[in-house]
Write a protein that binds this ligand. Structure first.
Ligand code: GAP
Length: 467
């Protein structure tokens, strides 16, 4: 079979596929949507679970030095004072006085003026934007406010009355649950430095300019590890985690040529970080952050020790030594990785079949670990003798892997449906099956077909899928 690749993937193609095939829907869709919120449909939720399971397997179960945690979304307000999020977690905001459109000032400077803006003060951003006399991208007027800072944490109130002293915040990062439970974990388990605590969970950010589909959302899931070390070991540990992140990306099938690392400049480092490296991916809208690795020093534990009055030192019995550990933090966002994996796997191909007949197919070449369904079972016709046999196979395979059953439309169309959602294998039950007790297994990527005895099917698929 001949295969010819079409032009590079666009965001429009991904958004359309995501809605059409039930990966991702606009949030509150029947009410016209709620800006920048998204719901994950039957296929999206499978990919999300696969990403989280793969991450947990790779970074927690595979290692002897990382344990898990599942902390709450609401934490004591003092946590955010101690962590610096109340005083530091801001984005610069600017409004158009005419149409009230609201922008992140640094993004405007970067995207409309082509100037780097990381780390610039509000005064500097105001001067640059006023001097450039930029037209508002929405209404075309040039009537800007000054730039001011905007805290990204969502606030709510504990109890029935919204009064001072009842404010709490939805966590903007999962990391802080780990720091506030660090002492609990060291006291209730046998962890010894160096060790990590891992958590997957929701975080919330009142982003001013979300967008690019699920790249930047208000409600996200993070997969984070705080790895506790001695200060002297930070450099070596940092390199180790940078390599681990790269190895994980390979393990879930991300292409290496669209991935790069970028070191943060000093003036763009977060308030808690002494060194940060981002993994960046080449999205259709440019090279952007996929995930990050930060050396958070002992900043968080020191601050929590100070604000809570609780001793957070670690006692090393072997060396009879007491110290506040330092921390290396690898962090990834689930939605952003999901978008990346779909973009990376998306292909439009012009194909010529075995009979020389040309056709177009869209195929998601997702790694089997990530694909929503691992196999589809397709009876060639709806005749009961074929559907009955097919259902027997489905019941057997479903004990081990996620399987879709489909008996509608022509076989060619059904293959194309499965290609489009990334199903690695199609199993076709035909009239010959009734005689030879064998089925045809079609490989999604090569489109090659082979005849396999039903008695060997489960072992063959599980072997190829490594499941
Ligand atoms: N604990 C460190 C931390 O939260 P971050 O760089 O702000 O660091 C970590 O976020 C990761 O979370 C990012 O690399 C990205 O993958 C994801 N992320 C952050 N904000 C996001 C948003 N608004 N929408 C989607 N993903 C986001």
């Amino acid at each position: 079979m001949d295969v010819e690749q079409q032009s590079p993937v666009t965001m429009e193609a991904i958004v359309a596929l995501a809605k059409r095939r039930g990966f991702i829907y606009p949030g509150s869709d029947i009410y016209g949507g709620l800006a920048n919120t998204w719901d994950f449909g039957p296929l999206g939720v499978e990919i999300k679970r696969n990403i989280k399971n793969a991450w947990w397997q790779y970074f927690v179960h595979r290692r002897a030095d990382v344990v898990g945690l599942d902390g709450g979304i609401l934490l004591h307000p003092k946590v955010w004072e101690a962590s610096g999020h109340i005083s530091e977690f801001f984005d610069p905001l600017i409004d158009c006085r005419n149409c009230r459109a609201r922008y992140r000032a640094d993004t405007l400077v970067e995207e409309k003026l082509g100037q780097p803006a990381e780390g610039l003060s509000t005064a500097e951003l105001t001067t640059i934007l006023h001097e450039a006399n930029l037209a508002c991208p929405v209404c075309g007027q040039r009537t800007w406010t000054d730039v001011r800072q905007f805290n990204l944490m969502f606030q709510t109130h504990l109890g029935p009355i919204e009064e001072s002293g009842t404010e709490v915040y939805l966590r903007p990062e999962t990391a802080q649950n780990i720091f506030v439970n660090y002492k609990n974990v060291t006291q209730t388990t046998r962890v010894k430095i160096p060790f990590g605590i891992a958590q997957i969970g929701k975080a919330f950010r009142n982003e001013i300019t979300p967008g690019n589909f699920i790249f930047r959302v208000l409600e996200l899931e993070q997969m984070e590890i705080e790895y506790f070390i001695r200060a002297a070991d930070w450099d070596e540990s940092f390199t180790h985690w940078l390599d681990e992140m790269a190895a994980f990306y390979k393990w879930v099938g991300l292409k290496q040529d669209r991935l790069r690392v970028r070191e943060h400049e000093e003036d763009e480092l977060s308030h808690y970080s002494m060194r940060t490296i981002d993994y960046e991916y080449k999205f259709p809208f440019g090279w952007k952050e996929l995930s990050g690795l930060a050396y958070r020093t002992d900043f968080d534990l020191q601050r929590h020790q100070e604000y809570s009055g609780v001793d957070l030192t670690y006692f090393d019995q072997v060396n009879d030594e007491r110290f506040v550990p330092h921390v290396i933090e690898p962090t990834m966002g689930v939605e952003r990785l999901l978008l990346t994996l779909i973009l990376d796997a998306y292909n439009e191909e012009s194909v010529t079949d075995v009979n020389g007949k040309p056709y177009e197919r869209t195929v998601l070449k997702l790694h089997p670990r990530i694909a929503p369904y691992k196999a589809a079972v397709l009876p060639l016709s709806r005749k009961p003798e074929l559907t009955g046999k097919a259902m027997e196979i489905v019941r057997e395979l479903r004990q081990y892997i996620s399987v879709e059953y489909d008996e509608t439309q022509s076989i060619g169309r059904r293959y194309r449906r499965q290609d489009e959602i990334g199903t690695p294998f199609c199993v076709t039950v035909d009239f010959e099956t009734l005689e030879d007790d064998a089925v045809t297994v079609r490989d999604r990527d090569s489109m090659e077909q082979e005849r396999v005895p039903i008695s060997e099917l489960t072992a063959l698929l599980r072997g190829r899928l490594d499941q």
